[in-house]
Design a protein around this ligand. Structure first.
Ligand SMILES: Cc1cc2nc3c(=O)[nH]c(=O)nc-3n(C[C@H](O)[C@H](O)[C@H](O)COP(=O)(O)OP(=O)(O)OC[C@H]3O[C@@H](n4cnc5c(N)ncnc54)[C@H](O)[C@@H]3O)c2cc1C
Length: 292
């Protein structure tokens, strides 16, 4: 829709210009893909500060892992090529497909915009939480800080962003990219917005990470030194949500239904990675000279 209160769109080319644009002021907002900003009225806004003109490299790979620039289009995340050892690579495409939108929207919606909008169904939030993603945040005073995405999204539409702060990138660590992952997504309709999204990750050292998004107002992450039993994982998620954010409720699903489908998914991902992992360990070749 047209935002007819907007008087100026400022293209910024470097960090100094970004800081000078005062994005923290109540009438000024950062513009990324614009797919959320232009989808509803923004009567308080007069100025938009366009981040796309910063021309950040959409994604980069280093020994530390995969860095997704805030301005990386969601569709491009699915196109990041697999690297040797990146067992978690299928999760990139699975989470991109979890953003229920046409290819046109996915081509302009950005990773940073998705995480900062902080909808429970934020597909890039799900991806980042599943892989221990960390946000890099640029303060207007030139400061930089880092925060796990699981702590950055604090509620439905709420983040830990401070006034004037801009999300620069989401870093996915190499260790997590090497983990094996399982994914379950549920929605009310076949082509509906995510109502529950559960991921599990089993790292090379056996540590196990379980994450729930979309079914709760903010991410819920549980960690174990080794794969838990399905009964324990289900009970732990039930308790963590009840004592934490509670089950989310909107037109995409009632809380009771979300709880039911999420706990079923938790059992599914734990069985998939737990039993698979144990079978693979059993299939390990015996030590030379060891007992057969
Ligand atoms: C058809 C359709 C379907 C959609 N489906 C989904 C869905 O399934 N799941 C979902 O989560 N969302 C969905 N959305 C909502 C939205 O489009 C996405 O969340 C999208 O990823 C937002 O990204 P953007 O780049 O377009 O953000 P913008 O609209 O540009 O910005 C969104 C908000 O984030 C702020 N922002 C953007 N980038 C930064 C940054 N780097 N630092 C600080 N603040 C920033 C902006 O100021 C604004 O407040 C859908 C939207 C449409 C139109």
């Amino acid at each position: 829709m047209d935002l007819n209160t907007i008087e100026a769109i400022i293209p910024v080319r470097d960090r100094a210009a970004l800081a000078a644009a005062h994005t923290g002021a109540g009438t000024t907002s950062v513009l990324a893909g614009g797919t959320w900003l232009f989808s509803c009225e923004q009567p308080h806004l007069r100025t938009l500060v366009d981040l796309t003109t910063l021309e950040w490299q959409p994604w980069t790979v280093s020994a530390a892992g995969l860095r997704l620039a805030a301005t990386c289009p969601v569709a491009e995340v699915a196109a990041v090529p697999a690297r040797p050892g990146w067992s978690a690579h299928p999760l990139l495409r699975q989470c991109v497909r979890a953003l229920l939108a046409s290819f046109k929207v996915r081509a302009v919606a950005t990773v940073g915009g998705n995480v900062c909008t902080a909808l429970p169904a934020g597909a890039m939030t799900s991806l980042a939480v599943a892989l221990d993603g960390v946000v890099e945040l640029w303060g207007a005073d030139g400061s930089t800080r880092h925060l796990p995405v699981a702590e950055f999204v604090v509620g439905d539409g709420r983040t830990a962003l401070r006034p004037g702060e801009v999300l620069r990138a989401v870093d996915l660590p190499e260790r997590a990219l090497r983990g094996r992952t399982a994914f379950r997504r549920t929605s009310l309709q076949r082509l509906g917005r995510s109502a529950s999204l559960v991921t599990a990750r089993r790292d090379a050292d056996g540590t196990f990470t379980l994450a729930v998004t979309a079914a709760t107002p903010r991410p819920v992450v549980l960690r174990y030194p080794a794969a838990p039993s399905t009964a324990r994982a289900v009970q732990d998620v039930r308790t963590a949500v009840a004592e934490g954010p509670g089950w989310f409720s909107d037109v995409h699903g009632d809380p009771d239904w979300r709880r039911a489908v999420t706990l079923r998914s938790v059992a599914g991902v734990v069985a998939e990675l737990g039993e698979l992992g144990e079978l693979e360990e059993l299939a390990e070749p015996a030590e030379p000279g060891g007992a057969s």
